[in-house]
Design a protein around this ligand. Sequence first.
Ligand code: NAP
Length: 288
Amino acid sequence: MKILVTGANGQLGSELKAFSANYPDFVFDFTDLAELDITNKTACANYIRSCAPYAVINCAAYTAVDKAETEKEKAHLLNVEAVENLTKASEQVGAYFIHISTDYVFDGKSYMPYAESDATCPQSEYGRSKELGEKVALRYEKSMIVRTAWLYSSFGNNFVKTMIRLGSERRELNVVFDQTGTPTYAGDLASALLQIIDKIAKGEKHFVAGIYHYSNEGVCSWYDFACSIMELKGLDCKVNPIETKDYPTPAQRPPFSVLNKAKIKAAYGIEINRWETSLKKMIQEQGR
Ligand SMILES: NC(=O)c1ccc[n+]([C@@H]2O[C@H](COP(=O)([O-])OP(=O)(O)OC[C@H]3O[C@@H](n4cnc5c(N)ncnc54)[C@H](OP(=O)(O)O)[C@@H]3O)[C@@H](O)[C@H]2O)c1
């Protein structure tokens, strides 16, 4: 059984590569732009036809949230049109299509963790492109959308790595405390995705199409997250809590985007680590 991964050199794709060794029953095909440009419809159809995968995991995306405000077409091409290419190509061979989306599809005006059935209302071009991509993928009955949030990894660039760099260079740092959510260690998400596919392949669980939420457990602000990073790294850098209005960015972020993970846990028997536990693990592994 083959698993095709697109965007495999990114944060999540790289973590999937690392975890793939635990699943010798699957044959993995890791592709990124050089092997399979997902914006090329014909290439997607041909590649997936000849690969004939059991499941396709799409980790490729336009992820530059602020840049998307001025690169709307590029975001649309990768987050909507390319998703359509992969959805149709997967449908032609009957492969499960697992597509990753984001908490930025919500406006963040809730005060309760978001469930999959809650109304979306993205506030940014990135969020709007991801919301449209979800709709395109869901036209196929073997599609699963996994929305995640605040992704970080030892691979690629992310908030954790930026904080470690800035914390080593500066004595003080300002970080917003009025945006609340939950960080997600991409290694945990990669492990959950492979557990789900494995359980379905073994007949232990039934595939149920639709949207699922996955982040680590717990709640924090970016300020809390930054403080924990400094503490765990032993960095002597004071973190000051500031308001979003004092740190303007081109794209508007949801002030609250905690995800309710009850559905994925119940449907696939997934256990989820608290964000502090996973952050500690990532930082310890990085220090080795
Ligand atoms: N990062 C977050 O905080 C976050 C939060 C919530 C949800 N998500 C979602 O989680 C998923 C994975 O995110 P990530 O952070 O792992 O992404 P990432 O690190 O930006 O990786 C995306 C990968 O896709 C590749 N790619 C770009 N254009 C491509 C194309 N035309 N064909 C094939 N591959 C292409 C990129 O290559 P280049 O680097 O060369 O462009 C990169 O290797 C995405 O769907 C994202 O929207 C992310």
